[in-house]
Design a protein around this ligand. Structure first.
Ligand code: ATP
Length: 605
């Protein structure tokens, strides 16, 4: 038998285009050819199971071999093989028109990343690296004659007789001069590791099986133990710390999806944590850029998603609008929320123990997805400065009695830095108030979200007002100083401080409160924070200096002494500096003169 012909006379020659485009992803040829070989062996298994094939199946296997001298890469399988007629039908016609359609669709797309995983090019991707391809194949069918197909990257092909004892197919790539990098075994192994690690049939390279054909995500959760999940995590990320917990995804209607998502121990650098979810389609690795398949906030998770229902030969913008991708998104979000809720309900202790690691992720999710917020609001935890954890409802109940102000607003107090704001935290605690620790980068946004969602609730940073004003009650405080004395005192302090960014006010507070308190109003600070984060619109505020309120306690004995003292200004300045010091705001020349003044005062006494 010898037959020559034209694969196609009507279409343009697609080979040069295949060769040129998707340049940096040429390596996917191996994924395509090994997947075909795997498919062919799996078909063999199926035929045997339905009685269509009665011979001995043997050990189904795919082999990849590199011959550096001959400059060939060979992908062999003992699958169903093809007859000469089948080659013409499947390779010349179906595969070719498939490849043509693919090329037509994407040849003009400038950005190769536009195409997810470049699925669909199929067999003809071989010509990305080969100048000639031979197929030597023998069908499993009884009496089938082996055949050889050869094509040199033009639209002409040749089919001849061949020698082959067993059913199956060898695809031989004669590697093109500009692709000789693929003749390096190390390179081939790396590509196999990347794309073929979990293919369902053994793949052998250099005498070794390189894959795990039964990864745990293809199994039933009931058949798996905790150890299995942990081991698999190690297999995926050998360097990572053990995961906190995981979710086994398993759905077959209305779309097909399996996978395992792990909650990692989060590090501060979110960028490094991304791209840790691998996307597979029937155990073939596609990509680890799951940006459009998985909701943004879930990208901090690690693991594997396998779904043949994610359209992989479409552009990214199309993918976002795809309805099954949207459903997958919703499903994963719901599963993650359900899992967290389950751990919270069943094992609150573990949940609290891991809270520091998962809080960023939960808050991020609440901020970016309303449906997630609705579920997470029942398990998101607030941590008090005393180290206790509360749900929002529990916390509201805890502080209701003490921290409701005269306008019926519940005031939740928080610190963004328990060390620096220690004086304020202590003052609040002495009043019987509770103070929350909200000190991560995401918390400034989370605070805004809580205020927006919780009715009649305000959050105030503990150093934003004097203690009396944090939670304003109706009671009027008596002042031991007369109005004139208060005016005098104000003047003394203004002169002593001499700083236009410090607004002085004299107010009656408890004699036990500090004599001088410096606060940075909540509103002001938030505007500046927003500006720094790039939002807002009041751009000028970012550059403005901080404007502080200095509240002088009219009822503190020290201030009565200031009024009577000879060196009023010196004493007032000393009290002010001490207030600065307690807030870590004293430095440089001001600190030096404070120390000097302190020694003076001590010497005088
Ligand atoms: N190793 C093989 N053994 C048997 N048949 C094969 C083999 N490789 C390819 N074929 C046949 O050639 C056809 C075309 O292959 P090709 O890779 O182009 O497309 P596909 O596998 O059908 O789809 P895609 O790769 O786009 O998912 C296959 O469907 C199969 O019938």
């Amino acid at each position: 038998m010898e037959e020559r012909g034209n694969i196609s006379i009507h279409t343009e020659n697609i080979f040069p285009i295949i060769k040129k485009f998707l340049y940096s992803d040429h390596e996917i040829f191996l994924r395509e050819l090994v997947s075909n070989a795997v498919d062919a062996t799996q078909k063999m298994k199926r035929l045997s199971s339905i009685g269509e094939f009665t011979g001995d199946l043997g050990e189904l296997k795919v082999k990849v071999a590199v011959d550096k001298d001959a400059k060939t890469i060979t992908i062999s399988d003992n699958g169903i093989g093809m007859t000469a007629e089948e080659i013409k039908k499947y390779i010349n016609q179906i595969a070719f028109s498939g490849a043509t359609e693919f090329v037509e669709r994407f040849k003009d797309s400038g950005d190769k990343d536009q195409i997810i995983g470049q699925f669909g090019l199929g067999f003809y991707s071989a010509f990305m690296v080969a100048s000639r391809v031979d197929i030597i194949t023998k069908s499993y069918k009884e009496g089938a004659e082996p055949a050889r197909w050869t094509c040199d990257g033009s639209t002409e092909f040749e089919i001849t007789d061949a020698q082959k004892a067993e059913h199956g197919t060898d695809v031989v790539l004669h590697v093109a001069e500009d692709s000789e990098e693929f003749l390096e075994p190390v390179r081939i192994r790396t590509i196999l590791d990347k794309y073929c690690k979990f293919l369902p049939v053994a793949v052998e390279f250099e005498g070794e099986v390189i894959n795990n054909p039964n990864p745990i995500w293809t199994k039933q959760p009931a058949d798996l133990k905790e150890e299995d999940y942990k081991e698999f995590y190690k297999e995926l990320y050998p360097m990572a710390e053990p995961p906190l917990f995981w979710i086994h995804l398993n759905v077959d209607y209305p779309f097909n999806l399996t996978g395992i998502l792990y909650f990692p121990k989060l590090k501060n650098d979110f960028e490094v944590q991304r791209n840790k979810i691998q996307l597979y389609s029937r155990q073939v690795f596609i990509t680890d850029e799951v940006k459009d398949v998985v909701p943004e906030f879930l990208m901090l998770l690690h693991g594997v998603i396998d779904s043949p229902d994610i359209p992989l030969n479409v552009s990214r913008s199309f993918l976002q609008a795809d309805s099954s991708v949207k459903k997958i998104n919703t499903y994963i979000t719901k599963k993650v929320a359900d899992k967290l809720s389950e751990i919270f309900r069943k094992d609150r202790e573990t949940f609290e123990k891991n809270w520091d690691d998962i809080s960023v992720f939960v808050k991020y999710g609440m901020l970016s997805d309303d449906k997630f917020y609705e579920k997470a609001k029942d398990f998101v935890l607030l941590q008090s400065t005393e180290g206790k954890y509360y749900t929002i409802e529990e916390y509201k109940a805890l502080v209701q009695a003490n921290q409701t102000n005269k306008n019926e607003q519940l005031v939740l107090l928080y610190t963004s830095d328990a060390e620096k704001q220690h004086a304020f935290v202590e003052a609040a605690q002495n009043r019987g108030y509770d103070v929350l620790k909200l000190d991560s980068v995401i918390d400034s946004h989370f605070i805004g979200l809580l205020e927006q969602k919780l009715e009649k609730t305000t959050l105030k940073r503990v150093d934003s007002e004097t203690i009396d004003k944090l939670v304003e009650k109706d009671e009027v405080k008596e002042s031991v100083l007369s109005d004139t004395e208060k005016e005098d005192l104000k003047g003394v302090y203004e002169q002593a401080i001499d700083n236009k960014n410090m607004t002085v006010e004299v107010a009656p507070m408890s004699p036990d409160d500090a004599p001088v308190v410096i606060t940075l109003p909540e509103f002001m600070r938030r505007m500046k924070d927003m500006n720094r984060a790039g939002g807002g619109g009041m751009m000028f505020m970012g550059d403005m200096p901080d404007m502080y309120n200095v509240t002088v306690n009219a009822n503190h004995p020290l201030n009565q002494r200031v009024l009577k003292a000879e060196e009023k200004a010196k004493l007032a300045r000393q009290a002010f500096d001490l207030a600065l010091l307690s807030q870590n705001m004293l430095s440089g020349a001001a600190l030096t003169s404070f120390v000097k003044r302190s020694f003076d005062l001590m010497t005088q006494e």
